[in-house]
Structure formats: structure tokens, C-alpha cells
Ligand binder design. Structure first.
Ligand code: ATP
Ligand code: MG
Length: 314
């Protein structure tokens, strides 16, 4: 693990060092490739978009997608907050946030109402507009502790203080869920408007997706009528196999235009990046993995208008 500076607590001051990070250089290069003749900025959504990245199947790319889409959006000039709702803390690690220190302010204390969102947020060293509420191992017990609590399903929604979100110019809140449909994931779905489902281009890709969709319907019916599946992303695509194409076709038949045109390729570099406390965009900005997450972020960002309208219709 490469050591990095301890991330700053949230401050509205802009520190000069952020303009000199590898990710800033990556942004420059990537935007030149993607938008020859000028860096493409994405539109700011009218309201902050709150997106839950969920799939109870393990290892399908939820965390990789959360952190890399977040970094891609930040690179395009948007303010992004990642909420790590998985006790494994992988999103925190990939964003270079220390979450092993038991004293760190984390999403656990936030859910318990012991700290505010402003106290829980940290700026990622990856980018000045990228923030994270880290997860510590304490969160492992939260699933059980929450059961007996008042308003157990709405704790995250209540903790997402809109003033803090606006004060820090946050345009996107991305919640990385654990691989289960327990109370933590329910909290994420109650707090969000949109669900992004990463689907791995592998055998049994759609296994469990039916159950995920029925849980989303239950949340819609009882806890959050605004929730909808806005986005599906195909991950770990291996173009050499017929299977990957078959899975992609099947997912597109099933979900139609919710599926992003961009497909994330399987790439060793993508899996190496978190080991260095980095997103793929920082770790190897010119790689196919980085480019595809930049594309996916742009596609998601370009859909802001549509997402806003859909949300209002609910
Ligand atoms: P969990 O359910 O445990 O939270 P997850 O759905 O968050 O898992 P990730 O942790 O993002 O999935 O990915 C699972 C593993 O696959 C990780 O080791 C990750 O580095 C690797 N991985 C993710 N995306 C890719 C990719 N495009 N190419 C190669 N490896 C990948
Ligand atoms: Mg994960």
C-alpha cells in the first residue's frame, strides 16, 4: 500500500495542492482525448442526485463503479460525495481515506446520529471536489443494532443534511452498498432517488436481480415512492468471450435504455488500483479501464436532466 497524506477534513477553502495532483493531470489528458478541442464540463443537476449503487450479489463491481464514477464526475467539474455503506470499507480505501483508525468519524456514528454529515465527510486526496464518508468495521454491527432503533430505515436519509450538501457544492451523492439486502441497503434506498445496478458480464449475471428489483418495489411502495432504477452498468466485460456478449444482450433486452452504452472492460489495472489507495483514473489515466469509467461518468452526467424529470414524475 502506497502511503499518502492524510486527507483534509472538509474545508471550503481551496488548497493549491489539489491543482497539482495526478488526477488533475489525468483530467487534462482524458478530457483532451474525450473532447478534442476543449474539456467537456457536465451540466450541474438542478437538485443533487442521490444514487445508490446496489446489487446483493458480491463482487460485481459496486465499489469499483462507485469510486470511479465519482472520480469521473469530479473530474468533469462536479462535486461528489461517496458514502461508504459497506463495513469492508473498500470505497474508503480506494478514495485514499483512512478508515482503520477506530477514532475516525464514520458512517456508523452518522447513522447513530452521534455526528453530523459535515463532521463525517472527508475530502479525498484524489480530487478537491471529491468527498467521502468512510466506513469502519463498527458498521458490521450496525445491521443488527439498527433493528431495534427508531426510524431504522430512514437513518441515512435523515442524516443527509441538505445544507451541508449545498454548502459544499455537492452535485452527486453516491452510496456504495454492501452485498446484501439488509437494513444498510434499505437505508441507502430510502435515502436515494436513483439506483444504479452494476451487472457483471459473467455466468448467472442476472441471478438475484429479480430479488433486488422486488426489494426496490417494496421500498417504493412503503418507504420512498421516488426511488427508481435509473442506470444499469455492465462491468468486467471480456470481449474475447461469446458469453460476455450474450449477457450484455440479455441485460439490454431486459433493461432497455437504462443500460449505459459504455461497458467496463475486465482489466487487471482496475483491480490493482485500490491496493494503492487510488481510483483507476488516478492510477493509470490512459488505461482502457480509466477511459471507460470516464465515459460512463459522462453518460450518467448527461442524463441529469432526464433523471430530474423522472424523479419529479414519481
Ligand atoms: P462486494 O460485493 O464484496 O462489495 P463489489 O460488488 O463492490 O464487491 P468490487 O469490489 O468493485 O465489487 O469488485 C470485485 C473485485 O473485482 C475486486 O477485486 C475488484 O478490484 C475487481 N474488479 C472490479 N472491476 C473490475 C474490472 N473491470 N476488471 C477487473 N477486475 C475488476
Ligand atoms: Mg463493494
Amino acid at each position: 500500500m502506497v502511503s499518502r497524506e492524510t486527507p483534509d477534513p472538509v474545508s471550503r477553502e481551496t488548497s493549491a495542492k489539489y491543482f497539482d495532483t495526478p488526477i488533475a493531470a489525468a483530467a487534462e489528458r482524458a478530457s483532451q482525448v474525450l473532447t478534442p478541442g476543449g474539456a467537456g464540463q457536465l451540466p450541474r443537476p438542478r437538485e443533487p442526485r442521490i444514487i445508490t449503487v446496489a446489487n446483493q450479489k458480491g463482487g460485481v463491481g459496486k465499489t469499483t463503479t462507485s469510486v470511479n464514477i465519482a472520480a469521473a464526475l469530479a473530474l468533469h467539474g462536479l462535486g461528489v460525495l461517496v458514502i461508504d455503506l459497506d463495513p469492508q470499507g473498500n470505497a474508503s480505501t480506494a478514495l485514499g481515506i483512512d478508515h482503520r483508525d477506530p477514532d475516525v468519524n464514520s458512517v456508523y456514528e452518522l447513522l447513530l446520529g452521534e455526528i453530523t454529515l459535515a463532521q463525517a465527510m472527508q475530502r479525498s486526496p484524489a480530487h478537491q471536489r471529491l468527498f467521502c464518508v468512510p466506513a469502519t468495521l463498527d458498521l458490521a454491527g450496525a445491521e443488527i443494532e439498527l433493528v431495534s432503533m427508531v426510524a431504522r430505515e430512514t437513518r441515512l436519509r435523515n442524516a443527509l443534511d441538505l445544507d451541508t450538501i449545498r454548502d459544499n457544492d455537492i452535485d452527486y451523492v453516491i452510496v456504495d452498498c454492501p452485498p446484501s439486502l439488509g437494513l444498510l441497503t434499505v437505508n441507502a434506498m430510502v435515502a436515494a432517488r436513483e439506483v444504479l445496478i452494476p451487472i457483471q458480464c459473467e455466468y448467472y449475471a442476472l441471478e438475484g436481480v429479480g430479488q433486488l428489483l422486488s426489494n426496490i418495489e417494496l421500498v417504493q411502495a412503503h418507504l420512498n415512492k421516488h426511488l427508481w432504477v435509473s442506470t444499469v452498468l455492465l462491468t468486467m466485460y471480456d470481449g474475447r468471450t461469446k458469453l460476455a456478449d450474450q449477457v450484455a444482450d440479455e441485460v439490454r433486452r431486459h433493461f432497455g435504455d437504462k443500460v449505459l452504452t459504455t461497458v467496463i472492460p475486465r482489466s487487471v489495472k482496475v483491480s490493482e488500483a485500490p491496493g494503492f489507495g487510488m481510483t483507476i483514473i488516478e492510477y493509470d489515466p490512459g488505461s482502457r479501464g480509466a477511459m471507460s469509467y470516464l465515459d460512463a461518468g459522462r453518460e450518467l452526467g448527461m442524463r441529469a436532466e432526464r433523471a430530474g424529470q423522472e424523479g419529479q414524475n414519481r
